[in-house]
Design a protein around this ligand. Structure first.
Ligand code: SAM
Length: 460
């Protein structure tokens, strides 16, 4: 993707951080990243993890860990509460947003998010927002407006948003309408509310779940994952460097287990990077061939396996064209999808995806599943999964396959295979987790990513 260029800043063009007011770089980078998502349709993770050419990505890497964490929190809260923030600003901006200065909206969003949802003194949030506005050639003229609006947010904002329907406002209408159609309005609301909270830190351990739960101050979930409150840098936690565990949402940890006992089997992990499921399969004793078409993501898979001291054969290929000599005893296909089940962890998803993406992805998923069937040997198991809440990317793909390919049959999943959670199993015997599952009095420990999985057997 081409590198985007921002207009030169009216002030501090040198980019000399020493000339900045304390806290200003964090707000500037947060604003740039928010714009990266909302105006340039860049994936948040790629900007945060250094895999994007955006200058904010490099600037973020230069911050110390504390400021990086604050930047991430700031961006996340703006994206999680975007509908609410925009609604509030709409109430306070008598003449709307200035069309020729898009930076004004970003500055207001970042400023208001600090005042309403983060532990930042109001005066600091307002002052830094005004400075940020002054840096932009076009927003410069609206610094007074930014000051006035954010002062009102500080005075009246909390009260004004109290009566709003936050979860619904914070979900794009097309997505909320979809969930209402699929799950009913009450469940759609619960999903939207769950998406407003950051997911807990879930990890998959190589062994001794109870011991790691104790060391990390967490608990062992009924499905075997360990869950702790998310805070600070994961890489600094005990056991990370030693490769004792890896970060993996409890929902994401379920599909690989549905292949059953894979010890000694040849297993193909299709669409494998960054490798959470590959690691599970290798730990379970399988000889794994992990395939992904994205070289950069495959590099991450390689690094992850190296940290965990696990071995798999890695293949950089398009699954649609990959044609190995032998079929596999078992196949896992974790197909690319809209990721609407992972909004708790990826708050950019609702603002990046469009309804049309779901149609295009469903076509790709259908083709990949067709290929996965061909790669499964007669008598072998195949698990198809996506982290989408959309039936077009889950049940519809499998129903379509079963209707036109008599060589496969569904092998229903039992609640006992997923920690006894009957709520995770659909009437068809597929896995269907929702972010609203596993409510908890401590909201920091609630929820699970929305995963769909079906288990199929290729007939002999
Ligand atoms: C949902 S992610 C996989 C997550 C992974 N299974 C895990 O557990 O860590 C989907 C992956 O599919 C890969 N992908 C998309 N289309 C592909 C194709 N046609 N062939 C191979 N890989 C593909 C993407 O690069 C991406 O890494």
């Amino acid at each position: 993707m081409a590198k985007t260029s921002r207009k030169p800043r009216a002030r501090n063009r040198s980019g000399d951080a020493a000339a900045d007011a304390p806290g200003l770089p964090v707000r500037r980078i947060a604003a740039d990243i928010v714009e990266g998502v909302l105006r340039r349709h860049r994936a948040l993770d790629e900007m945060l993890e250094g895999a994007d050419a955006l200058s904010a990505t490099a600037a973020l890497a230069a911050l110390d860990e504390r400021d990086r964490a604050l930047t991430r929190a700031l961006v996340a809260v703006v994206l999680r509460r975007l509908g609410t923030l925009r609604h509030l600003l709409g109430l306070l901006l008598e003449r709307g947003l200035p069309e020729k200065a898009p930076r004004v909206e970003t500055v207001l969003l970042v400023g208001a998010a600090q005042i309403l949802f983060l532990d930042v003194p109001d005066h600091a949030a307002v002052d830094l927002a005004v400075r940020l506005a002054r840096e932009d050639r076009n927003a410069l003229h609206f610094a007074g407006l930014v000051n006035a609006v954010l002062r009102r947010v500080a005075r009246e904002g909390k009260e004004k948003i109290e009566g709003l329907d936050g979860p619904v406002l914070d979900t794009p209408p097309w997505l909320f309408a979809r969930w209402t159609k699929t799950y009913g309005e009450a469940t759609a609301r619960d999903i939207a509310a769950a998406n407003g909270r950051e997911g807990a830190l879930d990890i998959t351990v190589k062994s001794d779940a109870a011991g790691w739960a104790q060391k990390l101050g967490g608990r062992v979930l009924p499905t075997g994952s360990v869950r702790a409150v998310a805070h600070g840098s994961v890489t600094a936690l005990p056991g990370f460097e030693d490769g004792a565990w890896w970060v993996q949402d409890a929902g994401a940890a379920l599909p690989a287990r549905l292949l059953g006992n894979v010890a000694g089997l040849r297993v193909a992990d299709l669409c494998a990077a960054p490798g959470g499921k590959t690691a599970q399969l290798v730990c379970a004793g399988a000889n794994v061939t992990a395939v992904d078409r994205a070289p950069g993501r495959l590099d991450r898979l390689r690094e992850n396996l190296a940290r965990l001291s696990l071995h798999a054969e890695l293949i950089c290929a398009d699954v649609e064209r990959w044609d190995p000599e032998q079929t596999f005893d078992a196949v896992l296909l974790d197909a690319p999808c809209s990721s609407t089940g992972t909004i708790r962890r990826h708050p950019d998803v609702p603002w990046l995806k469009r309804s049309a993406d779901i149609v295009a992805l469903a076509n790709l998923q259908r083709r990949l599943l067709h290929r996965a069937v061909a790669l499964t040997k007669p008598g072998g198991m195949l698990v198809y999964c996506t982290c989408s809440l959309e039936p077009e990317e889950g049940i519809a793909i499998v129903a379509d396959l079963l209707a036109r390919d008599a060589s496969v049959r569904r092998v229903p999943i039992a609640a006992a295979e997923v920690g006894g959670e009957a709520a995770f199993i659909s009437t068809d015997g597929d896995l269907r987790t929702l972010p609203r599952h596993w409510p908890d009095a401590d909201s920091r420990l609630a929820g699970i990513d929305g995963f769909y999985a079906a288990r199929l057997e290729k007939r002999k």
